[in-house]
Design a protein around this ligand. Structure first.
Ligand SMILES: Nc1ncnc2c1ncn2[C@@H]1O[C@H](COP(=O)(O)OP(=O)(O)OP(=O)(O)O)[C@@H](O)[C@H]1O
Length: 259
């Protein structure tokens, strides 16, 4: 089975239905980005996939013994409480100095072990949070808007790091983003969410899908023309609307050009 599988997942809070009928899977080694506007349920979906949110309908299943590394959207740390990066890595499970040094080197922040967590820059903190998540040797890393507040070079460097980590460890990655373009290179598959799954496929397919363009106010004119040769899942399926022919035509475009 996939690492994580959600079927017909719905989440309600009081009278408010946040997610409806979401199907989601992630396979080993895959990088999947969940994309959607503010309030579209991205964090709720992630929390439900981890098991922090109880479905009102449907179910989430994990492969037996699944190890998850979670990087939350925000870190709630008491600024008055001094804590070094090294100490932070040992919470809640103690890690050896060697393991801490190795994981900080892996995430490009080898020299930050003695620094105060609250004094880190946004980019440094993201790398430290990633390092901490990697200590669990996860089969799937789950990151909620990991590059929020980073400038573009910082963002690009972080996605590059994620790809390297995936290549080295084989971990799958689920991440949340607002912006398709910045995750274009790093994602195998994009799931476009607006309370339900509007469309899904490779970044190229989704960027051309009318549902995506409508959701992000891009209109229907113009193309991004960012083709890449892909052989992964490339379907767009029922969701917000309507005419999928356009997206399907593009789904087969790059392959046809090979012939
Ligand atoms: N604790 C809560 N109680 C009630 N409603 C909530 C709670 N948390 C979130 N919601 C509502 O659920 C909906 C989805 O929120 P969620 O945080 O999952 O969206 P999101 O897509 O991650 O948003 P953003 O891009 O702003 O982070 C929103 O309408 C939000 O107001």
């Amino acid at each position: 089975m996939p690492l994580i599988e959600a079927q017909g997942l719905s989440v309600r809070r009081g009278d408010n239905t946040i997610l409806t009928g979401v199907n989601f899977t992630i396979a080993p080694g895959e990088i999947v980005t969940i994309l959607g506007p503010n309030g579209s349920g991205k964090s709720t979906l992630i929390r439900a996939l981890i098991g922090l949110e109880r479905p009102s309908a449907g179910a989430v299943r994990h492969r037996a013994g699944l190890r998850i590394g979670y990087v939350p959207q925000r870190l709630h740390l008491d600024a008055a409480l001094p804590m070094t990066v090294r100490r932070f890595l040992s919470l809640p499970h103690r890690v050896s100095d060697a393991a801490a040094a190795a994981v900080l080197a892996r995430t490009g922040v080898a020299d930050l072990g003695g620094r105060q967590v609250v004094a880190l820059s946004g980019g440094q903190l993201q790398r430290v949070l990633l390092a901490r998540a990697l200590l669990a040797e996860p089969q799937v890393l789950i990151l909620d808007e990991p590059t929020q507040g980073l400038d573009q070079p910082g963002e690009a460097a972080f996605y590059q790091l994620l790809e390297e980590v995936r290549a080295e460890t084989g971990t799958a990655v689920i991440m949340v983003s607002h912006d398709l373009h910045v995750v274009m290179r790093a994602s195998d598959r994009v799931v476009c969410l607006n309370g339900h799954v509007c469309c899904e496929g490779t970044p190229e397919i989704v960027s051309e899908a009318p549902e995506y363009r409508a959701l992000f106010g891009l209109g229907t004119g113009g193309t991004l023309a960012l083709y890449r040769h892909t052989h992964g899942p490339d379907h767009v399926h029922d969701g917000c609307a309507h005419d999928h022919d356009h997206a399907h035509a593009h789904a087969h475009g790059p392959e046809a050009a090979d012939a």
